[in-house]
Design a protein around this ligand. Sequence first.
Ligand SMILES: [Zn+2]
Length: 82
Amino acid sequence: MPNNPNQSHGIERCPSMLCGRPFQVNRFQASLSARTTPGQITCPHCGLLISGPSDSIFLAHALLPSEEVAFLAKETTGTAQT
Ligand SMILES: [Zn+2]
């Protein structure tokens, strides 16, 4: 598999007040796939559409339960949010 510098991934958090769960987002060049609407991230938990840069497509996946726990634990210790 070639190393593609235009591809990146990271953990996003759903902006919905009712959801707010983290999920992994893989970002690709928009030209690589026609099956996904560019500039649109769909929360895998609640289906909320989040807008991103329209030159990229985003594939979102739910984290493994252990990954989600680890992410939330790290975030909780970092900042105190209510
Ligand atoms: Zn959500």
